[in-house]
Design a protein around this ligand. Structure first.
Ligand code: ACO
Length: 325
């Protein structure tokens, strides 16, 4: 039995259309909605986000991210024996975006499924893939976060539509004799469903309820900072490590103030936190693998570094993964 799983390649993809705060503010002004670059930067740290073109789906973004990750790992799609896609904005109700992605990769036969844990989706997916690799069920997995949140934003609600963006990130996770994933810690508390949700659903040929994102920002903020600290500490304890062992913290890129709050509670300097929210906005399940790939390709995070990934999102769900790159 394989003892460990390890990330051997990372990749990401952003749709080409970059929308600055000023551009978004101008578009919203056309709807009679007032916002400004200053407000968005001060409250969130976001300067821009990327939005997909019509007809582009999560699996299309995932495909590009996977191609880059496979190239970085020196693997071909034919070697992949497991695909897990974390998404809350799947291409369709079913089949899964993972099955659609598998076909776009030109392969067939290996298990492929989606994980729905909103912004925690990637840490959930990575934890499941790690377990499958360690039990021998897979040797070379693609673990992906892919989202087209622009499709579920209410552009008449300035408190939410300025926060999110589209994109995808992926890793190749392989069986390894040396430790990669060290420990993980996942949680959910369904009593908080109402503070962050897209209540719309398909029924009898119609969409019932609003198919647009609803969020109580302040309730989410408070909960997020608390659970992110708890998840990080629990994961460190499981791995027999302390905060001092963390080379890089890669939190879900929701809001710079949540990230600053979490880093402070963990007594980590901001120079140890990977930040991409300024250019990506909140890309939900895609945000962590997008940030990881940006940090790897930018030369910040290097092979051998100890990295803490942390997600938190609708459900409420949260969790963390500690790994050696
Ligand atoms: N532009 C200008 N003004 C705005 C905007 C905007 N885009 N949005 C809200 N305002 C106004 C409000 O109407 C309010 O005005 P009022 O005082 O006249 O009533 C004022 O700004 C303050 O609003 P608050 O909601 O109190 O602003 P707050 O400081 O809480 O910031 C925010 C809002 C950014 C959403 C914050 O609550 C937050 O970061 N929450 C965390 C939520 C988050 O990041 N979620 C991401 C998804 S969840 C996840 O990924 C974990």
């Amino acid at each position: 039995m394989t003892l460990y799983s390890r990330i051997t390649g990372t990749g990401s993809y952003l749709p080409p259309r970059r929308v600055s705060n000023d551009e978004l503010a101008q578009e919203l002004a056309g709807r009679g909605i007032e916002t400004s670059n200053e407000w968005i930067v001060e409250r969130t740290g976001i300067h821009a986000r990327h939005f997909v073109a019509d007809g582009v789906n999560s699996s299309d973004l995932a495909l590009e991210a996977c191609r880059h990750a496979l190239e970085a790992a020196g693997r071909s799609a034919a070697e992949v024996d497991l695909i897990i896609v974390a998404t809350s904005t799947p291409d369709m109700v079913f089949p899964s975006s993972a099955a659609i992605l598998q076909n776009k990769l030109g392969i067939a036969g290996c298990p492929a499924f989606d994980v729905q844990a909103v912004c925690s989706g990637f840490v959930y997916a990575l934890t499941v893939a790690d377990a499958m690799v360690r039990t021998g069920a897979a040797k070379c997995a693609l673990v992906v976060g892919a989202e087209v949140f622009s499709r579920i934003l209410d552009f008449n609600d300035r408190t939410t539509c300025v926060l999110f963006g589209d994109g995808a990130g992926a890793v190749v996770l392989e069986a390894s004799d040396t430790p990669g994933i060290l420990a993980s810690d996942l949680h959910a508390d369904g009593s908080h469903v109402g503070i962050l949700c897209v209540p719309g659903h398909v029924s009898g040929g119609q969409v019932l309820g609003t198919p647009l994102l609803h969020m109580d920002g302040q309730a989410v903020f408070k909960l997020a900072v608390r659970v992110l600290e708890e998840a990080a500490r629990a994961t460190l304890a499981k791995a027999g490590k302390t905060e001092a062992d963390i080379d890089w913290l890669i939190p879900h890129q929701a809001n710079i103030r949540i990230m600053q709050g979490t880093a402070k509670k963990l007594k980590l300097g901001l120079d140890k936190v990977v930040v991409t929210v300024h250019e990506h906005g909140n890309t939900s399940a895609a945000s962590i693998p997008l940030a990881l790939d940006a940090a790897v390709r930018g030369g910040q995070v290097r092979t051998g570094d100890t990295v803490m990934l942390e997600g938190v999102g609708g459900g409420f769900t949260w969790g963390a993964v500690l790994l050696n790159l």
